[in-house]
Design a protein around this ligand. Structure first.
Ligand code: NAI
Ligand code: 15L
Length: 270
């Protein structure tokens, strides 16, 4: 499979989300049919699209969703720290439903939107690679650890390839000082997804998703085979960001740890 031989049917769960809306527009050339899905309404399909409204927590619906699909770019789920119940349904039960359906339908490759929050309790002074022990910074991060481990199992046991994208912060622009390290531009996100879908050999790969920012926390040396080369950088927005707010207190946990404000959220169920 190369970029010149697109997939027959590529599935995009999470198509109504912030990143899903971007990918819905930009992944179309990668497949004969782009099947977009979310539990929220998605509007009418454009030519070359199929639209399926589906909750990932519904096992039978997810089984149907994967019918005829040969690759998945999975961007659906809870994307912030919150109570355990919604995280359980969307990011744990939902991801299990997705992989079981992928196995039964013979899907070959999944690109899984993991998160930097699987290692959010490392200090900002540390440089991490794909092999560091996980240190999630909340229940959301723990659920992404589950997705990474589940996808490892489905590769070792069933041969379904997955590229886990430990995305930093992918937004239209750099919003704060932390994002000077974590920023992933939309163009670089699309390129990372393209590389992850079409690399001749993916196996089970973990890659951090960040642009060519000067202040780096992550080392993607173990994902060289994807061929991902970011072209953008947060640094062109540095002056604006630094003028907007003073530096945080050095003893603020949100400044000490890579997970930023996520390390201070919760608990929820007291
Ligand atoms: P988002 O919250 O804007 O979009 C997530 C989408 O998933 C929503 O449209 C929501 O309706 C859908 N969803 C949630 N639970 C569902 C369920 N049970 N069934 C079906 N659909 C469900 O999040 P965003 O920013 O677009 O992120 C997309 C993915 O990338 C998420 O998995 C997130 O964890 C991950 N990610 C995003 C980062 C970013 O900077 N935007 C950073 C790290 C990871
Ligand atoms: C994430 O995992 C979230 O989905 C996203 O909304 C951002 O908060 C991002 O991490 C981040 O760390 O900036």
């Amino acid at each position: 499979m190369t970029a010149s031989t697109p997939f027959n049917r590529l599935l995009l769960p999470g198509a109504a989300g912030g990143l899903g809306k971007v990918l819905r527009r930009r992944l179309a050339p990668f497949a004969r049919v782009l099947r977009v899905s979310d539990r929220e309404p998605l509007g009418a399909p454009v030519p070359g699209e199929e639209v399926v409204q589906c909750d990932l927590g519904d096992r039978d619906a997810v089984f149907e969703l994967l019918e005829g699909v040969d690759a998945v770019a999975h961007f659906g789920g809870i994307s912030v720290e919150t109570r355990f119940e919604p995280i359980l349904q969307s990011n744990i039960v939902g991801v299990h439903n997705l992989y079981e359906a992928a196995r039964r339908h013979g899907v070959r490759r999944v690109v899984f939107a993991s998160s930097n929050h699987v290692t959010g309790f490392y200090k900002v002074t540390q440089t991490l690679d794909a092999d560091v022990p996980l240190r999630p910074d909340g229940l959301y991060g723990v659920s992404k650890c589950f997705g990474e481990n589940l996808s490892r199992f489905y590769f070792d046991r069933y041969g379904i390839e997955t590229v886990c994208l430990r995305i930093g912060s992918s937004f239209p622009e750099v919003r704060d000082r932390r994002m000077l390290s974590t920023f992933l531009s939309y163009d670089d996100l699309v390129e990372l997804v393209r590389c992850s879908l079409f690399a001749p050999r993916a196996g089970h790969t973990i890659v951090y998703g960040f642009s060519d920012n000067a202040d780096k926390w992550w080392d993607n040396g173990k994902a060289e085979h994807l061929g991902f080369r970011p072209r953008d950088s947060a640094d062109v927005q540095r002056a604006r960001v630094e003028s907007q707010a003073p530096p945080p207190r050095a003893d603020d946990p949100a400044a000490l740890y890579q997970g930023g404000a996520f390390v201070k959220v919760g608990p929820f169920d007291d």
